[in-house]
Design a protein around this ligand. Structure first.
Ligand code: UD1
Ligand code: CA
Length: 449
């Protein structure tokens, strides 16, 4: 059966105190909205519709950047969650199958939980995701009798007795999309908030003699983000889980609490990660690679047997083949390093291609930017780049070639050649001694005055 997703993301998020729409604030390097999209994507949905309102253009751009197949619809006025779903329904026309409603500000719903909701649809026309709240606060309450969910009552509209219920509404629900459309059309706004409550569809379904049920998840999954403090809590919760998962998957973390993962970080078994390593988006580390302390990695791939750091920075497009060694204070951007390349110390490689087994000496810099354009540096296999070489791109260094230390290389170097690009050394015998004797004498004369 086909599944479609509706992700509600029109709310203002006033309590974030921000110019950025709430759902674009990031946890683990990815917007909250992308977390919800990622959880939903595990169900291979036929259609994904995102309801945007506040900051709709920014939300649209971010959503499409992550997945260009989604549809983003506009909810001009935020008249309630049922009204939001109503804006999405035209985009689902003809899709058939079930629709799942998610919130863009609730990042941690697990795909397995969504799957159990779909399974529960065998028994119920409407399935709601509930949780037992430690502090039920202002959540909507789930009014049940036995296995049946009778209705959802919003906190504002609840009696004292209903407020004592601890089984709460996460907001996530699932129903046949055609039925959802009918029920949503019947929702009114005669309630304490004057809003069109999506939660009313449960009572409406029951009134039609349809069955509704609850799937219960852990409260941690339903954590929503409304404030910067909750954003920080969500980050901490994500990192705690990611660290535990990495350890479980056979990754060594010497100081797990100091390592920060991104939503899409992939680390292979028997990789080892030292203290204070930060993963930005788009990093894959193969089995057995070693990342030493204080590295910052983003958009890069580190192959089996490679070692990186301490204190290295790999930026987007850094591709390290097997057994590459990148040492301290090295920055690499948009560069491919073939097998066994060594870049030990204090180097910048940008827009470069480095052949197999080549050694890049300390202090080497690719001068890849002329102030307007970026240029490429190509270095062949088994080359030896002397320490403190400036490679002024575009430039090519042949296989087996060598550059002398301190050279400024502005022209291509053929295979197996030596390139010297520095001024001739001059040696003046005795000069230093004479020079300092003169200065010292001058200082002594001054002291006597
Ligand atoms: C909602 C539920 C409540 C549940 C709680 C869980 C309703 C009526 N209530 O309450 O039962 O316990 O979530 O967090 O559904 N949104 C729109 N357009 C709108 C209104 C909301 O897109 O017109 C989006 C918001 O951006 C947010 C989500 O829907 O992502 C939930 O809206 P919110 O106002 O936070 O609902 P709650 O009052 O918290
Ligand atoms: Ca909320």
């Amino acid at each position: 059966m086909s599944i479609s997703l509706i992700i509600l993301a029109a709310g203002q998020g006033t309590r974030m105190n921000s110019d950025l729409p709430k759902v674009l604030h990031k946890v683990a390097g990815a917007p909250l909205l992308v977390h919800a999209m990622t959880a939903g994507a595990a169900l291979a949905p036929e259609r994904v519709v995102i309801v945007a309102g506040h900051g709709a253009e920014e939300v649209r751009t971010a959503a499409l950047a992550h997945d260009e197949t989604v549809q983003v619809v506009l909810q001009e006025e935020q008249l309630g969650t049922a009204h939001a779903v109503a804006q999405a329904l035209p985009a689902l026309e003809g899709a058939g199958g079930d629709a799942i409603v998610l919130y863009g500000d609730t990042p941690f719903i697990r795909p397995e939980t969504l799957e159990s909701m779909i399974a529960a649809r065998q028994r119920h026309a409407v399935v709601v995701l509930g949780f037992t709240a430690r502090d039920p606060g202002r959540y909507g309450r789930l009014v049940t009798s036995g296995e049946t969910l009778e209705r959802i009552v919003e906190f504002k509209d609840a009696t004292d007795e209903e407020r004592s219920i601890t089984l709460c509404n996460s907001g996530v629900l699932c129903a046949d999309s055609a039925l959802l459309a009918e029920l949503v059309a019947a929702v009114g706004n005669d309630n304490a908030a004057g809003e069109y409550y999506l939660t009313d569809i449960v009572g409406l379904a029951r009134a039609r003699g349809l069955s509704a049920g609850v799937v219960i998840c852990d409260e941690a999954e339903t954590m929503g983000v409304n404030t910067r403090a909750q954003l920080a809590e969500a980050e901490a919760a994500f990192q705690a889980r990611a660290r535990a998962e990495a350890l479980e998957n056979g990754v060594t973390l010497t100081a797990p609490e100091t390592v920060f993962f991104a939503l899409d970080t992939v680390v292979g078994r028997d990789a080892s990660i030292g203290p204070n390593v930060i993963f930005g988006p788009g990093v894959t580390v193969e089995s057995g690679a070693e990342i030493k302390a204080f590295c910052h990695l983003e958009g890069c791939h580190i192959s089996r047997g490679a070692s990186v750091g301490p204190f290295a920075r790999l930026r987007p497009g850094a591709e390290l083949a097997e057994d590459v060694h990148v040492g301290n204070f090295v920055e690499i951007k948009n560069s491919i390093l073939d097998e066994g390349v060594k870049v030990g110390h204090l180097t910048y490689l940008g827009d470069a291609q480095v052949g197999k087994e080549t050694n890049i000496g300390a202090g080497t810099i690719t001068c890849n930017y002329d102030g307007v354009f970026k240029h490429r540096t190509e270095i062949g296999a088994h080359a030896f780049i002397g320490s403190d070489t400036m490679l002024v791109a575009p430039v090519k260094i042949g296989a087996g070639a060598m550059t002398a230390s301190g050279s400024v290389i502005t022209a291509d170097v053929p295979d197996d050649a030596l390139a010297l690009g520095r001024s001739q050394q001059v040696v003046k015998a005795g000069f230093a001694k004479k020079f300092f004797d003169r200065l010292k004498a001058a200082k002594a004369a001054k002291g006597k005055n």
